[in-house]
Design a binder for this molecule. Structure first.
Ligand code: ZN
Length: 273
C-alpha cells in the first residue's frame, strides 16, 4: 500500500519490538519515514529492573538499527508502564535507571505513562515519573485507560499533571483520546492523540469524523500497533479515508507529518523526515 503524494509519514506511536522485519519493509514502502516507540507492557510482567534495562537497550539500540536498514528513523520513549506500577519497590528501581536511557540520542521523553486501573499505586508512580520529566524538562507521552472510565482516568491524569507547575501543557500529548475526551484535553492546552484500531475501537472513518468535528490543530494519529490485533499501516488507511472525503493534500500532510513533527521537534533530538 502506498501513502503516496509525497507525504513523508510519521507514525508517532508504534511498538516495533513486537513487529516483524517484514512490517518495517511495509512501513518503508508505504512512505513512513519516522516512527516513535513508547515503552509499554510486554504482555507479561517483567520480573526485575534488569528486565527493564534489557528492554530499554532494545528500544534505544536494537530497534533504531533494525529500522535504519529500511531508511526509517526510529525514536523511543522511556518509562515504567502503569500495568507494572503496582510494585512500588520495583518502580523505584526502574525510575533509578531511566535517566541513563533518557540521555540516549534517540530517546525523546517520558512515555507512555498514565493509568490502567486508576489505583493508588499507579497514581503514585505517575507522580514520580512526571516529577522526573519536570526535573529533566522532558516531553511526555500519556496513555489513557481503555475502560468505560476513560474520561475519569484522563481527568485524573490531567489533574496530576497540573499539580506539577514545571510541566508545560504544550509539551504533553495525551493519547488514545475519544470523542468524549478530545475537547477537554485540548481546552487544558495538551496535544491530542487518536489511536486507530482495526476492530472495535477507533476506525479510520471514526478518527476522520473526530478531526472534522474538533479540527486539526494539536492532534496526531497513530497505529499503536503492538503484539495484539493491530495494523502497522493504519495511518496510511486514515490518510486514504481523508482523500476519499476530498480533504486537501495539505491537510493530510498536516495530520501525518507537520503536526507530529511540530510536537516531537520540541525535543531537539528529533530530526524531521
Ligand atoms: Zn502504546
Amino acid at each position: 500500500m502506498e501513502g503516496g503524494e509525497g507525504v513523508n509519514f510519521i507514525d508517532p506511536h508504534i511498538h516495533m519490538v513486537s513487529r516483524t522485519t517484514d512490517d518495517y519493509r511495509a512501513l518503508a514502502l508505504a512512505g513512513i519515514g519516522a516512527i516513535t516507540e513508547p515503552a509499554f507492557w510486554a504482555g507479561f510482567d517483567r520480573g526485575s529492573a534488569q528486565g527493564f534495562r534489557d528492554y530499554f537497550n532494545q528500544l534505544t539500540v536494537a530497534e533504531p538499527a533494525r529500522a535504519a536498514r529500511f531508511g526509517i528513523r526510529h525514536y523511543c520513549w522511556i518509562c515504567l508502564n502503569p500495568k507494572e506500577a503496582e510494585d512500588l519497590s520495583l518502580a523505584r528501581d526502574v525510575l533509578a535507571i531511566m535517566p541513563e536511557f533518557l540521555d540516549r540520542p534517540t530517546a525523546l521523553g517520558v512515555g507512555e505513562i498514565g493509568l490502567n486501573k486508576n489505583s493508588v499505586n499507579e497514581v503514585a508512580v505517575l507522580e514520580l515519573q512526571i516529577n522526573l520529566a519536570a526535573r529533566r524538562d522532558e516531553l511526555i507521552l500519556v496513555h489513557t485507560p481503555h475502560l468505560e472510565d476513560k474520561l475519569k482516568g484522563t481527568r485524573l491524569i490531567m489533574d496530576v499533571l497540573r499539580n506539577e507547575p514545571r510541566i508545560r501543557p504544550e509539551r504533553v500529548l495525551i493519547d488514545h483520546a475519544e470523542e468524549h475526551t478530545v475537547g477537554e484535553i485540548r481546552d487544558r492546552g495538551y496535544w491530542v492523540g487518536l489511536t486507530l484500531y482495526p476492530d472495535s475501537k477507533c476506525s479510520p472513518a471514526r478518527a476522520v469524523d473526530i478531526l472534522e468535528r474538533y479540527g486539526t490543530d494539536r492532534v496526531w494519529l497513530n497505529s499503536a500497533a503492538d503484539w495484539g490485533i493491530s495494523d502497522p499501516l493504519a495511518i496510511i488507511k486514515a490518510a486514504s479515508e481523508m482523500r476519499n472525503r476530498r480533504h486537501p493534500e495539505e491537510l493530510i500532510r498536516k495530520i501525518f507529518h507537520d503536526n507530529p513533527a511540530a510536537f516531537l521537534s520540541q525535543c531537539p533530538k528529533f530530526i524531521t523526515p
